[in-house]
Each structure stands twice: as C-alpha cells, then as structure tokens.
Design a protein around this ligand. Structure first.
Ligand code: BGC
Length: 371
C-alpha cells in the first residue's frame, strides 16, 4: 500500500488520521457497506452519500481495497433493485410522477436490503434522495480512473444513469434529508456529475449530454446575487453548495459565482465556536457546527492555498475529538437554537459519534495528492 502524505507534521493530526482510517475500516461490514455511525440506532444503515465519501477518503489514503468493496456492495445492492428501478424508469419516461415512497432508497441495510417499515423510530425515513446515486457514480468513475481498472458492473451503471436521467426533475429530499422546495442545488450538481461519470465509464454520449443539460439548468436557476443558492425557491446559503466545485467540478474552483458562495459560507455560516453550520435556521440537535462541513471548507482552503483557513479548520476539528479520538456529526457547543438540543437528545440519544462521514472529510481535508 502506498504511504499517503498528509499536510501536517503535527503528531495529534497524525493520530487522528490513523484513528479515522481505523474507524472507517471498522465501520465497514463484511458485505462492503459502511455503516453511517455504529452507535446511533437511526444511522445503523449504509447511505450511498456517506459511503461514497468514505470510499473517496479510503482511496485517498491508499486503502483502495476498502473502496472497491464498497463499490461492489453498491453494485450488488442495486442489482437487487433492478426490476423495481426498470418499472420506475418506464413510469417516469411515460410522464408519471411516482409517489416518493416508491422511489429507490438513499440507504440500505448493511446486507444490502431495504429496511423494514417501523424497524427504527421515525420511519418511514425520507428515503427519496437522488444525490447519493450521482455521488456514487462520480466516485466509482474516479476510483477506476485512478487505479486504471474497469471491472465495474456496467449493467448497474447504466441502470442508475437511466434512473437519474428519468428522475432528475422530480422533487426529492436533499442531502440533509429535508424536503424544502424539493429541488436542491447540491442534488442537481451531484446528478450532473454522476451522469458525466457514467458517460465516461460506459462511453455513452447520451449521459454526457444529459449531464450538460442538467448543469445548464443548475447555472440558469440556482444563482442569485452572484452566488449559488440552496433551493429553486430558496435563496438561502447552504454549506452543501461546496460540492458544486469540490469535488464535482460543475464549475472550476475559481469560478466567481462559486468563490462568492464559499466566502458567504465562510462568513455567514460560521458558528460561534468557529465551525460551519449546514444552513441558517437548522434546528437538528439545535443546528450546531458540523465537523464534515468545517473539514470541507478546510479542504477547499488547502486546494486554494489559503493556509490560514486550512490551519483554522484543522485546529477546530481537532478540538471536537472525544477522549478516544472519535469525531461526532456536529458540535452542540455553538448551536443556533439551544432549546432544540434536548428534544433531539431525548428522542435519539446524544449526537451520532463517531460519524464515519466526519472522519472521511477530515481525511480528505488533510491528505495530499488527490482532491
Ligand atoms: C444527515 C445526512 C446523512 C445522515 C447519515 C443525516 O442527519 O443530514 O446527510 O447522510 O445523517 O449520516
């Protein structure tokens, strides 16, 4: 395994790197699925979105076999959904809009099955989220491109690309599993990126053309006052907008609309302790500062040679580790709505810790080489 390099000489960072790799590997089931969080009942599933970022981080640190196993798991899981997906595609292509509850899920059990209704509290889960499918295709292509391999399952890639091409205009839940206005810039960006990747994997032009059409739609409808906005009818900022250029390259990192978005996130979505919020008005566990988002901004800062931003993000994340070097989903120290912390703790227990996606984004922030 190649020894990865990290942008740090600090011993604590190195310890957190080692621990992060360990936590992600330990959170990978024999099936290849990454659990979202091992100690949080509602997160005992594998999400395509969280998992694809974990696979990306594993590729980045040289644990490519782990990433390969995840991609294999997604392929076999989605093969199990093939008949249902074909029916959905036919219905969508005939102009029907299926009920959200009928659509493909955003998360599966570690064995690659659909969750049973009522299995966890708060079911049914808002499972209709399209971004994970786009993110997965994007990461799959990158994984094979970087390794020079091509042993992916083309039947599944084609299926997912046709599903996204047919479904992309329907309203779905966003990456925070909230509905909002049903059309989300970060979801649209992920779909466009995924279709481009599917086109590259399969050598199929129609997916590339669809990807371009969706990109144009994003640029025409999700820019307000010179920066990207959260929803079609929602002008607010959202930190997930970072994905538009990093990693999806819908626009380059120095695109003025993107740069303005990042600087607005940096100033308007920075919490009192220095971490980054999802969006203003978030109340989940009080709406605190998220480890994965602060790392995401730090990753952007490293990519754009903003060393003080990068160092600040690294230090802030380090301040969030638990005694045994685990990273939670969010910090409840500087929350937006303090009265909303307790209701969530009473409902679901303390904030999910460790969250594999937090560890993945930390690794992506400080690892050298790949994006
Ligand atoms: C987040 C999602 C995430 C899920 C599992 C939710 O609270 O909003 O983005 O995929 O947790 O980590």
């Amino acid at each position: 395994m190649p020894t990865p390099n990290f942008y740090t000489s600090n011993a604590r960072d190195r310890e957190l790197v080692t621990k992060s790799i360990e936590i992600i590997l330990q959170g990978q089931s024999l099936s290849g699925a990454y659990i979202a969080s091992p100690n949080f009942d509602s997160y005992k599933y594998s999400w395509l979105r969280d998992g694809a970022f974990c696979a990306k981080a594993m590729d980045a640190v040289g644990e490519t076999e782990s990433a390969r196993r995840f991609h294999r798991w997604v392929e076999s899981t989605l093969l199990g959904q093939k008949l249902h997906a074909e029916t959905l595609i036919q219905r969508l292509e005939a102009g029907e809009v299926p009920e959200m509850g009928d659509m493909l899920h955003t998360r599966y059990t570690l064995a690659g099955e659909l969750e049973e209704y009522g299995e966890v509290e708060d079911s049914p889960w808002p499972n209709y989220q399209l971004d994970g499918y786009g993110i997965w295709l994007y990461e799959l292509e990158l994984h094979h491109r970087n390794l020079g391999t091509s042993d992916f399952n083309s039947e599944v890639v084609d299926l997912v690309a046709r599903y996204l091409s047919a479904a992309w205009e329907t309203e779905c839940f966003d990456c925070w599993e909230e509905i909002g206005d049903g059309r989300h810039a970060s979801t649209i960006a992920a779909i466009s990126a995924g279709l481009k990747s599917a086109g590259a994997l399969l050598g199929v032009e129609k997916f590339i053309l669809k990807s371009r059409e969706i990109r144009e739609y994003l640029l025409a409808n999700f820019v307000r006052d010179g920066r990207f906005c959260k929803g079609l009818l929602d002008d607010r900022l959202d930190s997930s907008l970072l994905c538009i250029a990093l990693p999806f390259e819908i626009v380059p990192l120095d695109d003025p609309r993107f740069m303005q978005t990042v600087e607005a996130i940096r100033s308007d979505l920075r919490g009192t302790s220095g971490g980054i919020y999802r969006y203003l008005g978030d109340t989940y566990y009080g709406g605190g500062e998220w480890i994965l988002l602060t790392s995401w901004l730090g990753w952007y800062d490293r990519m754009t040679s903003n060393s003080s931003g990068f160092e600040d993000a690294k230090e802030w994340v380090m301040n969030q580790v638990t005694d045994n070097f685990e990273l939670p989903e969010q910090s409840t120290r500087g929350v937006q709505e303090p009265s909303m912390v307790r209701p969530w703790v009473e409902r679901w227990g303390r904030v999910a810790t460790p969250l594999l996606w937090s560890h993945a984004m930390y690794l992506l922030m400080i690892q050298e080489g790949d994006k």
